[in-house]
Design a protein around this ligand. Structure first.
Ligand code: FO1
Length: 342
């Protein structure tokens, strides 16, 4: 079975670990968000790519969900001693090595997709991790603070230094409109049996990936199942509510489904707290969505795959979902015939 997942940072990476457990035989391609990328101290930092790579490769700081386990901060302290900032972004010594290797390879002319593949040669995440684009895209946020007035700042400054405490007047993926999908992205989507939208930030993670020309249309042509990052009107973690408010979308499981739209989403998993949610043209199912432990996460991923199989069978000419919702013809699991004899 071929699965493509669009992933952002912490929530997306944790979901992917559950997906691997739920579908150990599947060929999983992860299209990673690069809008969070930032240049610091002359180095290119790719938070969402690294979070997926470290989480699936076993090097993540589990409590934080980002950065390396067993980290030290001697370099950060020395930079501080020189008065060289910023000091609000916690780069550890081990993490610096990743950014040095990445920056060195980028400077040598390798595209980000090749750099990411090279870094993954070490970490062996068990998925193919491709950045959404090799072109530079950065999410910037316009804020208006009394003492400093209106200005655009990098997403990381808003997210990490300000904790999204200052309302974002607007959020834009700078460069996205002129970017091209990285090599392999469109082919992976087209070959996929199912595309999953993990419970990543729908605006600055999934939304940014979909903003790269060509990706949304390619995804929309497939069977797509998403997992709500909002439970009972609040984000499970992070500050997706601040991002949703910035684009005028209510912080709710239904509102996010409608934001993605029935043109994109075929299925949508919501938590039991949102069991009554309906969204026009989208098959909504409710189940526990808290990724409280690996087994719970694997069960969520399995439910997403089951829904995808059911919807793929329903949408296949001549295919019908059986009474228990299982596919009665060949489907994403790749078994059986297509059901038609033509
Ligand atoms: N998040 C924080 O809240 N504080 C940090 O100091 C911080 C440092 C950091 C360093 C490397 C990295 O890959 C991620 C880091 N993050 C930090 C998380 C990052 O801001 C978010 O993971 C994503 O950009 C949003 O998904």
């Amino acid at each position: 079975m071929r699965i493509v997942a669009l992933a952002g940072g912490i929530g997306g990476a944790r979901f992917l670990r559950g997906l691997q457990a739920a579908a150990p035989e599947a060929e999983i391609t992860v299209i990673g968000n690069t809008g969070d990328d930032i240049s610091l101290f002359g180095l290119r930092v790719c938070p969402d790519l690294d979070t997926v790579m470290y989480t699936l490769g076993g090097g993540i700081n589990e409590e934080q969900g980002w950065g390396r386990t067993g980290e030290t901060f001697a370099v950060k302290e020395e930079l501080g001693a020189y008065g060289v900032g910023p000091d609000w972004f916690g780069l550890g010594d081990r993490d610096f090595a990743t950014h040095i290797v990445r920056t060195q390879m980028l400077a040598a002319g390798y595209p980000l997709s090749a750099v990411t593949a090279a870094l993954c040669d070490r970490w062996k995440p068990g998925v193919r991790l491709i950045p959404m684009t090799d072109d530079q895209v950065e999410t910037h946020v316009v804020v208006d603070e009394p003492e400093r007035g209106r200005r655009a700042i990098h997403f990381q400054e808003w997210w990490v230094r300000m904790r999204a405490s200052v309302p974002a007047e607007s959020i834009s993926a700078v460069g996205a409109a002129d970017a091209s999908p990285a090599p392999g992205v469109l082919a992976a989507i087209e070959a996929a049996d199912v595309v999953l939208l993990p419970p990543s930030n729908p605006v600055v993670s999934i939304g940014t990936i979909l903003a790269v020309p060509g990706i949304r249309a390619a995804v929309a042509a497939k069977t797509v199942v998403g997992v709500s990052p909002i439970i009972g009107g609040a984000p499970v973690r992070g500050m997706a509510d601040a991002c949703l408010t910035a684009i005028g979308v209510e912080t709710g499981a239904r509102a996010v489904a409608e934001h993605y739209g029935p043109g994109l989403l075929d299925g949508w998993l919501v938590d039991e707290a949102d069991a009554g949610v309906r969204a026009e043209g989208i098959e909504v199912r409710s189940r526990p969505l808290l990724m409280s432990d690996p087994d719970a996460t694997a069960a969520i991923a399995a439910a997403a795959l089951d829904l995808a199989r059911e919807l793929a069978a329903r949408d296949r000419p001549g295919g019908t979902a059986g009474p228990d919702g299982t596919a009665d013809t060949g489907g994403p699991d790749g078994t059986g015939d297509t059901g038609d004899t033509a």
